[in-house]
Design a protein around this ligand. Structure first.
Ligand code: ADP
Ligand code: GN1
Ligand code: MG
Length: 357
């Protein structure tokens, strides 16, 4: 019996599977759609144990958060729900030690790879804002960290210094200006983690992969239904999710664009996202969090760029590349965005005031 068949047998499916096939465009897990003769459909996933080395901890996070969310919403499509195994467990372990989980297929929904309009981007903001609001009372400190220190920018700088000192590929000489740019901003690295540590910023449940393709929209209305892909949920700051959404979604060019004249942060898209996010968060964010949202955007972009540069120095061992120098290109787009955000900081703050009303 294949491990997929083992997984199918572990769950109390309604009816007999008549179709099982690979599904979606996710880059991390193995995702299958299952259709049964009863008409019931499911999503079955094998967790990527190369990236997530302690999948049982990740599954404890997913089980705790989905359980909490399901008590907050009546709408069956309003949150991701785990289906327990026949033994009542939240995941199944196959004969090779791989972890599987089963979800109801979210009916009549669509998952976009790219925003086709500003409204799509706004809907992702609503989904992630609602996610924050619904989880505002969740005891975030109880969550595991599937990737420790994921958004600890101070630690990301430590790793950068290590890579720079080793310079195993002899590439530092090829990116002196970029290295300087990131080093010039090292003093700012602690601005979120220090506030989390001393309580000026509250600890929240963060999603950490806030791309549009992790949001399900209603197929007909294209309104946000729920957030999916909960593997990287961790304790952190709301600024992480807001910031990473802006970094990726409000950029006017691709993450690896080589023509830097095309790279900027769209204030219009910043406003669009902020409107959706704040309207859905309601009053669950503190005033400090709201005021620091633009800083969150800058810090997430700085950190991501630093990670790309670190990976370039180390020989491209973390981020997948399809051409030489791609990680350096990515580090360059991110620093261009950071510089643009620095210039637009007063306007971003003004937008925050206007949206807050
Ligand atoms: P990955 O971590 O590999 O990105 P995801 O959990 O994001 O995995 O799932 C991959 C894709 O599968 C999603 O982009 C979405 O299209 C689809 N998908 C995931 N869960 C569901 C669900 N419950 N209902 C319908 N489609 C889903
Ligand atoms: C990675 O796997 P993907 O493309 O969703 C990375 C993010 C980065 C992003 C940059 C677990 O996300 O942190 O922002 O690349 N995810 C992980 O493209 O490291
Ligand atoms: Mg995904």
């Amino acid at each position: 019996m294949t491990t997929l068949e083992q997984a199918l047998q572990a769950y109390p499916l309604r009816g007999t599977p008549v179709y099982t096939g690979r599904y979606g465009c996710g880059h991390i897990n193995d995702t299958y759609a299952i259709a049964c003769d009863s008409g019931c459909m499911y999503i079955l996933q094998r967790v990527n144990s190369k990236i997530f080395t302690r999948p049982w901890e990740l599954m404890e996070n997913v089980a705790a958060v989905t359980q909490f969310l399901s008590q907050k919403t009546q709408d069956p499509r309003g949150c991701l729900r785990l289906i327990p195994t026949k033994e009542g467990k939240s995941y199944f372990v196959d004969s090779e030690g791989e972890h599987w989980r089963l979800f109801p297929f979210i009916d009549n929904s669509i998952c976009l790879q790219k925003a086709e309009s500003a409204e799509d981007f706004k809907q992702s903001a609503i989904a992630f804002g609602r996610f924050q609001k619904l989880l505002a009372q969740f005891p975030a400190a109880q969550l595991h960290e599937p990737i420790p220190n994921f958004h600890n920018t101070v630690d990301r700088y430590r790793q950068f210094h290590e890579a720079l000192a080793a310079d195993v590929m002899d590439r530092a000489r090829l990116c002196e200006a970029e290295i300087r740019f990131y080093l010039d901003r090292e003093a700012e690295a602690g601005c979120i983690v220090e506030r989390l540590a001393d309580g000026r910023l509250p600890l929240r449940v963060t999603h950490n992969d806030t791309k549009l393709n992790n949001v399900m929209l209603d197929y007909d209305s294209r309104q946000a239904l729920c957030v999916i892909d909960l593997d990287t949920i961790m304790p952190g700051s709301s600024l992480y999710d807001f910031g990473d959404s802006i970094r990726f979604g409000a950029a006017t060019a691709a993450e690896d664009e080589q023509d830097l004249s095309k790279v900027s942060m769209s204030l219009e898209l910043f406003r669009t996202f902020t409107e959706g996010f704040l309207s859905a968060c309601g009053d669950s964010l503190t005033e400090t969090e709201v005021q620091m949202l633009p800083v969150g955007a800058k810090m997430m972009t700085l950190e991501c760029g630093l990670r790309f540069l670190t990976d370039y120095l180390k020989g491209d061992t973390y981020f997948k590349t399809s051409r030489p120098g791609q990680n350096l290109d990515r580090a360059r787009t991110q620093l261009t965005l950071v510089a643009d955000m620095e210039a637009k900081m007063p306007e971003m703050l003004k937008i925050i005031q206007e949206v807050q009303g």
